[in-house]
Write a protein that binds this ligand. Structure first.
Ligand SMILES: Cc1ncc(COP(=O)(O)O)c(C=O)c1O
Length: 391
């Protein structure tokens, strides 16, 4: 199908791989049993559900029983934060640490927990969005029970040092959760070798279907359930399992494994070309991604408001109209564009923050599109940008 625009928003979501689509199809029609039924239909569905769990678990180097299927990254993060916090209450641990640059699916559960008596520390991040280890250590308290810090930042692509963070947490007897939604299957991540207790993943960021994800819960970690109902997922999450989506999730993981090495390199080269192109054509660019410590498919830039004034709303609309679909992380609240909390966290003023552009590349991004994307941004900025002094 002819697409409307150049799509450089793969961090928002990805198209479903055709092999994934084909693998799922029989589970919508022929193999429709309820995985909890004891008869032959149920057993067939259950076998597929568990085979998928094994494939996803193997990618992470964990036991299948340590993976809880969820409806996506949001539910995984909610379960990790709220479920773990509720269990920690029994041991008088009432303090949680996260960062100012986390996804809303971590920040909002933290706000909820604050409203029911937990204390949450929101750590500052450096100019690329990463947490510094000493900042984390300074925040530890005797009553700290859980730290939640993401691996790859979804807006910036910058990676946090989860190995160091996990070790520091464990030295202090604190549980460590990490949201690896943006790095999962793109980078090889072996959780059996990492000091991680809980990790969130999602299928639709890796050419799998929307509506399924998983939470890794290391064996022995207590997480209270808050979706009550049947005894599915070993009593940890009530609700009929979505077998078709689990099969798609596993197939997406396998396809990522096949392509990972060459795709990571290809995207890194395309990202370099894009940046080179932008820098040649535009002045006053901030590079917000830590290019040495990041996933290879994300590039985030913004325009320094002290040098050039670029109106965020006009920029987004202008790029879309000119044929480029990207994102900037801002939230649209009651008709006006609110600067992204991540851009503010890395130290930008509101106008610079609103001018951010996140380019996220993926499997179907072609070199020609990268060249065109640079041209489109330059053209739109030359139309709407004004020298800072004139505003
Ligand atoms: C870092 C991160 N965490 C969580 C989520 C939420 O995942 P889902 O869309 O599967 O609910 C996203 C999606 O944008 C994300 O990028």
């Amino acid at each position: 199908m002819k697409q409307p625009n150049i799509y450089l928003d793969y961090s928002a979501t990805t198209p479903v791989d055709t092999a994934v689509f084909d693998a799922m199809q029989p589970y919508f029609s022929d193999i429709y049993g309820n995985a909890s039924s004891v008869h032959a239909y149920g057993r067939r569905a259950k076998a597929a559900l568990e085979r998928s769990r094994e494939i996803i678990a193997a990618e992470l180097g964990v036991y299948p029983g340590e993976l809880l299927y969820t409806s996506g990254g949001t539910e995984s993060n909610n379960t990790a934060l709220i479920g773990t916090a509720l269990a920690l209450r029994r041991s008088d641990k009432s303090h949680i640490i996260t960062s100012k640059a986390e996804h809303q699916a971590v920040l909002e559960p933290c706000e909820l927990l604050e409203s029911i008596g937990f204390t949450v520390t929101y750590l500052d991040v450096n100019r690329y969005g990463a947490v510094e280890a000493d900042v984390l250590v300074d925040a530890f308290r005797p009553e700290t029970g859980l730290v939640s810090l993401m691996h790859a930042n979804n807006e910036l692509g910058t990676l946090n040092d989860i190995l160091t963070f996990g070790n520091l947490c464990h030295e202090h007897g604190i549980l460590f959760h990490t949201d690896i939604v943006q790095s999962f299957a793109k980078l090889p991540i072996n959780l059996s070798e990492l000091p991680v207790d809980l990790a969130s993943i999602s299928a639709h960021k890796i050419y799998g279907p929307k509506g399924i994800g998983a939470l890794y819960i290391r064996k022995g970690i207590e997480v209270d359930r808050f979706q009550h109902g049947g005894g599915q997922e070993r009593g940890r999450r009530g609700g009929t399992e979505n077998v078709a989506l689990s099969v798609g999730f596993a197939k997406a993981v396998e396809r990522m494994q096949e392509e990972r090495n060459k795709e990571t390199e290809r995207l890194r080269m395309l990202r370099e070309q894009l940046l080179h192109n932008l820098q040649e054509k535009l002045n006053g660019i901030h590079i917000n991604t830590d290019l040495t410590e990041s996933v290879s498919h994300i590039l985030n830039i913004s325009f320094d408001a002290a040098k050039i004034s670029v109106d965020g709303e006009a920029l987004l609309m202008g790029l879309d109209t000119a044929g480029l679909s990207v994102s900037n992380g801002s939230a649209c609240t009651s008709g006006s564009l609110e600067p992204s909390h991540v851009q503010l966290a890395i130290g930008h003023d509101a106008p610079t923050a609103k001018s951010a552009i996140r380019f996220s590349l993926g499997r179907y991004t072609a070199e020609e599109e990268i060249r065109k994307a640079g041209d489109i941004v330059a053209e739109v900025v030359s139309k709407i940008g004004r020298p800072a002094e004139t505003v």
